[in-house]
Design a protein around this ligand. Sequence first.
Ligand code: FRU
Length: 496
Amino acid sequence: MSDNASAAEAELGRKGWKMNPRWRPSYHITAPAGWLSDPNGVSWFAGYYHVFYQHYPYSSEWGLMHWGHAMSPDLVHWRHVGIALTPGDPYDKNGCYSGSAVDNDGEFTLVYTGHNFVEPDPLTHDRARFTQNQNIAVSRDGVNFVKYAGNPVIAEPPPDGTHHFRDPKVWRHEGAWYMVLGNAGVDGRARAILYRSADLRNWDYLGPLAESDATTGSMWECPDLFELDGRHVLAISPIGMKAVGDDNLNQHQTGSLVGSFDYSTHRLSHGTFSEMDRGHDFYAIQTTQDPDGRRIGIGWMQMWDSAMPEQVDGWAGALTLPRELHVTEDNHLTMQPVAELEHLRVDLRMSRQVSVGGELDTGLEVGTAEILLDVQFQGAQRVGFRLDIGDQRYVTVCWDEAAGKLELDRGGVDGVRRAPFAPGDALRLRVFVDRSSIEVFTDSGLVTITSRFYPSHPPTLELFSDGGVSQFSVEVFSLQDIWHDAGNGHPDLETG
Ligand code: FRU
């Protein structure tokens, strides 16, 4: 381990003891302490799932980016395995920014962006003035990584691109390595640009595979191109999209362009941009194909420029649950929690069939839980559930018949998110509640809503059906605390 990595590890150990556990996730990935943002290097290598992430171990604010690292045999039980990348080399002196990981025939290779401010002093830097390049680091054991002596492997943006040149996602196709990068073109348009390599070290520029139109922003962060169910999907996280009605309400968006990629012309023909998750906190999804052939995606469960109340507790940021992606016949992306998440279930705390007209307080303290809801709602106007999170605050999830929308309201300023949805004959939701997050999945997976919330006591569950009587069937499972129950070896010590 480098000196920088040891210093960061020691800092994490110290911080871990001090952290307030009240909002720490019990089954989502978060950093042992300090800042976490984008998922990086979501992959499978040597018998384990690996997830890296943008990480600043020294404070709960964004800082010089490191790569944190967690691994799991089953996508459910994660273990921290230390810091994989620390910045400070001449080509990544101000950060190891986002990127991906591939298994190069037994050599586990991280591909990442080196960030370098032009100002001599990173503390007084003008954040607009920087250079970005692409680098690799390799490992045989999947845990200890050595940066390649020949870094950077791509030293500068192509002539038609600006210095916004980051977030390499690499995959193999017919014996060649391909890399998609986010880039702002010199013409002011966001683009996903493509490179090809035989050895991950020497790369040829192939041009933009897709670019923004007037509506899809000025920079695409964290692009990911993959084949799924006979289509190609480009996932992008655009900066600079305008809010329209209930759409694009977050600071930045994450969405997909579904279509067909041609490996001979290097172009993606695609339909319109569609947000992948409709909550407040979903960004920078990265996917991988696992040995079962599933396309699995994980996002950052927070948003740039949002309030992050957990920062006073010594940490910030979590990743979403792993989701299995699919594309429907009519080119819509769906996301469902991976099947393995059922292993988190500890007890069936509630199993209830009940008619509700108006409100019903179940009295159940939900804690960290999975809620399965099936509501036959003929005639009702608004049906759903509410979590009482203390101090007269609520997180409400409901189907609004008149609007034709699924709605989440977490209260406070800008608390509402709504998504067009057609529930058919019943509202069927699968909901994951952790100590400061909620992820709502519709049964079709066509709508997901992911938001953070900050309870002042463990949430309790209320059901409601306004404007008519509805038949509720509700199951609530308590879920395992993977960081404490699984005997993880790392000092993620939220002993309060
Ligand atoms: C996305 C992003 C990436 C960048 C990283 C820096 O959230 O801005 O484009 O690589 O975060 O932390």
